[in-house]
Design a protein around this ligand. Structure first.
Ligand SMILES: [Fe+2]
Ligand SMILES: [Fe+2]
Length: 372
């Protein structure tokens, strides 16, 4: 029977012609749970990263009503977490939104509380709408508003809720569940009492650790994630605005700032990094590509991104992905307002493993031709 052997007529690459004798030999190896490397080598070692993820834009105006419908269909008690997840058509087997990253939209009603739990996956949430949302991480309660960004790192007890006097809340969850499963290192634990006690004043961590250039004297922090836990939108936007006044920004990203661990200067968590970038009125970036998977959410304004030659128009709350090694460039569609893009990514993994590579799109003034 014919089988794909991925031959390439290039010196140094596998290029073995099938013969009846070899085909019989391959069958014998298969019965022994083995195989000849030269039949798969060119497939498993591509010349460059071959992402299975498709560039996708998830429009909030399309998804929102379906997210809200889940409120009538399931309770958080029964669902565990009431989330509509983003299912990349190239990554359905691992329930990833892009690469090895998972993402979903979670909705909670005033007075609802999700049960406390912990897992190996590192997690974050980016608040999309509503009022009264909160997250508790290892006894630290944080109140959350639109465009606030909160961490629930690997191994921490965490739970979410919306206060009785709040409004229905929707936020984007981001986790590295597929990566943890790929590494076969994923554990999940439900808190023995289902809820955890709040052991500190509300918002104590951002109050202590979230002050520019200042760390609390006499306090030590040795955990491998940021003690800040919550990054408020007003401070983030203020920082971007101030920085935009004194920088030309990056050719590829406009004015971009990374969320960091203020103690180490490194990424917010061991496996997930995050950033907020501002595209100034009329700004259009140049295209580049690099390793690492990215999920973007438009936090403000409107614009478009061109990913592997395809244009994706976005507005506030839309989410889109840029797969590893995909060409991408971004543009602000407004000539008077800035546009802001939140993103999370697996860059800490790329950097820690020495896998980061980047390339600028050299032709056409750095702009990709649009493919139809
Ligand atoms: Fe969780
Ligand atoms: Fe990029």
């Amino acid at each position: 029977m014919a089988r794909e052997n991925y031959r390439e007529d290039v010196a140094g690459r596998a290029n073995v012609e099938d013969t009846p004798e070899l085909l019989a030999y391959y069958d014998e190896l298969e019965r022994l749970e083995a195989g000849a490397l030269w039949t798969v080598a060119n497939k498993i070692e591509p010349w460059q990263p071959a992402s299975a993820s498709k560039p996708v834009l998830w429009r909030y105006r399309d998804l929102r009503e379906h997210v809200l419908r889940s409120v009538d269909l399931v309770t958080p008690e029964k669902a565990g977490r009431r989330v509509i997840y983003l299912n990349n058509p190239g990554r359905q087997e691992v329930s990833a939104a892009v690469g090895w990253l998972y993402s979903g939209l979670q909705v909670m009603q005033p007075g609802e509380v999700a049960s406390a739990h912990a897992h190996s996956a590192s997690a974050l949430r980016f608040i999309m709408e509503g009022a009264g949302a909160y997250t508790i991480v290892d006894g630290h309660k944080m109140t959350l508003g639109a465009n606030d960004f909160v961490l629930t790192p690997n191994g921490t007890w965490h739970e979410h809720g919306v206060s009785e006097d709040g409004e229905p809340c929707i936020w984007q969850d981001g986790l590295d569940i597929p990566l943890m499963n790929a590494l076969e290192a994923n554990f999940y634990v439900v808190h023995p009492e289902l809820q955890q006690a709040v052991g500190h004043p509300v918002n104590s961590m951002p109050a202590a650790w979230g002050n520019p250039g200042l760390l609390p004297a006499g306090e030590t922090w040795t955990k491998p994630y940021s003690p800040l836990l919550k990054y408020e939108w007003t401070r983030t936007y203020d920082a971007l605005t101030r920085y935009s006044e004194v920088t030309d920004g990056s050719d590829f990203d406009g004015v971009m700032m990374n969320y960091i661990n203020p103690v180490s200067g490194g990424p917010v968590m061991q496996t997930i990094g995050a950033s907020m970038q501002m595209l100034r009125p009329g700004e259009k970036t140049r295209a580049h590509r690099h390793t690492g998977s990215f999920l973007y959410q438009c936090a403000k304004g409107r614009g478009y991104s061109i990913i592997n030659g395809k244009r994706f128009d976005w507005q506030e709350r839309d989410i889109f992905c840029v797969p590893s090694w995909a060409w991408h460039e971004h543009a602000n569609a407004s000539d008077s307002e800035d546009a802001c893009l939140f993103a999370f990514n697996d860059m800490p993994v790329m950097n820690a493993l020495g896998l980061y590579r980047e390339e600028a799109f050299g032709e056409n003034g750095g702009q990709q031709p649009i493919l139809t």
